[in-house]
Design a protein around this ligand. Structure first.
Ligand code: GAP
Length: 447
């Protein structure tokens, strides 16, 4: 199975088994949007809850927030997003379809690192690079990726707002509120999870690049003289996160982003890349945002953003280390590293080797035969008991036992429990392991 086939198999499994469906599918879809089905939403939540537990609940220097998605337009002017949150766009001169210039050039085998718009246009002209339809391309220009909207019944310049392109700004605008409510010691962080929206020129590669997605972001406020220490701390925390997701260490790579390619606010960025089936691509980012954001807020709002070290007159605007995690990319990395094909009794088998703590269904319970009331009754009682204890337990009596195992393997259920005639005699049930397919008999109390 090559990488392209693997990707196609994952997309097809995700739809077939209720993980991820194309957005607005019934109306022919809406490009760049995806809907999470019953199993997908549980997998996604398991990932988000794991993050919240690791980075908020288990630390005493972190505060959670959940800010409004719609924010005052001044936020996006001050942050630089109105002026600079752009991607390079080119247009097919015949079809008028639009593409990301850097993607087209990369696909054509050119390096675009650090190239300006004029450089990209020159590269296209010098090498006669064409659109995917084989037509001439326009000059490269910028395209702002924020979705613009208006708030309230009057549509004029003063009512303009944007769907947030990053959750970070909802954190920065609450820095002062949290400071005043909790008087935290420095360094401390604010964490937020939630939707972000980007009008990507060419959304692609399944949920990797979509127009609506979720982020999990931390803004960690530090003494400017100690930013390097905190940067190293978060670098290690990011590795702990990829391990907690069960991603193989050898598939995760650090990329020190060169100055030309860094976001407008960053003095240092490390992209953590993952070997996705679509290639080695960014999973998440770690950036040193300096006092760029709090400095802008202080200037534009006229409110003081300084932190005073307790018991001293030492005041400064804190600097910020920002680990920024994409939820969909985490889901895609987990699915790609879990997707496995093997052979059982001469037949091809597909299974998701999901870490137990992320699997949407932890246990499936079945009666061996669904037309034997005594087996069904016993199985139902065991199921009810396990469901009360563990929640994520599925009742499965569809088809024969082999089919049930295949289905549970495909959704990554670590253990299947079968109630058979021996259960009626000695109370033991069969437990079948997803990865080894080995079966053993145990008392339900040992599960
Ligand atoms: N606040 C910093 C920030 O937003 P970013 O590198 O633009 O930085 C952070 O985005 C993360 O959000 C990325 O590493 C990626 O995981 C995720 N992300 C960004 N754009 C995305 C998109 N169009 N679709 C899915 N995830 C995306």
């Amino acid at each position: 199975m090559n990488d392209q086939q693997k990707m196609e198999n994952i997309v097809s499994l995700a739809k077939r088994r209720g993980f991820i469906y194309p957005g607005s599918d019934v109306y022919g879809g809406l490009s760049g949007t995806w809907d999470f089905g019953p199993l997908g939403v549980t997998l996604k939540r398991n990932i988000m809850q794991l993050w919240w537990k690791m980075f908020v609940e288990e630390r005493d220097d972190m505060y959670g927030v959940d800010a409004a998605i719609l924010m005052n337009q001044k936020v996006w002017q001050a942050s630089g997003h109105v002026a600079t949150f752009t991607d390079p766009l080119v247009e097919d001169e015949v079809t008028h379809l639009r593409y990301r210039a850097d993607h087209l050039l990369k696909d054509a085998g050119y390096s675009v690192d650090g190239l300006s718009l004029a450089d990209m246009t020159k590269l296209i002209r010098d090498n006669n690079v064409k659109s995917p339809a084989g037509n001439d391309l326009s000059d490269v220009r910028t395209f702002n990726m924020m979705f613009k909207t208006t708030v309230g019944p009057v549509e004029d310049e003063s009512s303009v707002s944007y769907l947030r392109p990053e959750t970070a700004q909802g954190i920065f605008t609450n820095y002062k509120n949290v400071l005043d409510s909790f008087y935290p010691d420095l360094p401390f962080g604010l964490a937020q999870q939630g939707k972000a929206f980007r009008n990507e020129i060419s959304p692609r590669d399944f949920i990797f690049r979509s127009r609506e997605f979720e982020q999990m972001e931390i803004e960690y406020f530090v003494d400017p003289t100690k930013w390097e220490e905190s940067f190293e701390h978060w670098r290690k925390q990011v590795w702990a996160w990829t391990t907690a997701l069960g991603l193989p260490t050898e598939s995760v790579h650090e990329l020190e982003v060169p100055e030309n390619d860094r976001a407008h606010y960053s003095k240092r960025t490390i992209d953590f890349e993952f070997d996705f089936p679509i290639g080695r691509e960014e999973l998440l980012g770690l950036a040193y945002r300096t006092d760029f954001d709090l400095g802008n807020i202080q200037r534009e709002s006229g409110k003081n953003m300084e932190y005073t070290i307790k018991g001293t007159n030492n005041k400064f605007v804190p600097h910020v280390i920002e680990p920024s995690f994409g939820v969909e990319r985490a889901v895609m990395a987990v699915l790609s590293s879990a997707y496995t094909e093997d052979e059982v009794n001469g037949e091809k088998r597909i299974f998701l080797k999901l870490p137990e703590h992320l699997a949407p269904v932890k246990l499936a319970v079945s009666p061996l035969l669904k037309n034997k009331p005594e087996l069904v009754e016993k199985a139902r009682a065991i199921y009810a008991d396990l469901k009360k204890k563990y929640g994520a337990v599925m009742w499965d009596d569809n088809g024969n036992i082999g089919k049930r195992y295949r289905r549970q393997d495909e959704i990554g259920t670590p253990k299947c429990i079968v109630v058979d005639f021996t259960t009626l005699e000695d109370g033991t049930v069969t437990v079948r392991d997803r990865d080894t397919t080995e079966q053993k008999r145990v008392q339900p109390s040992e599960l």
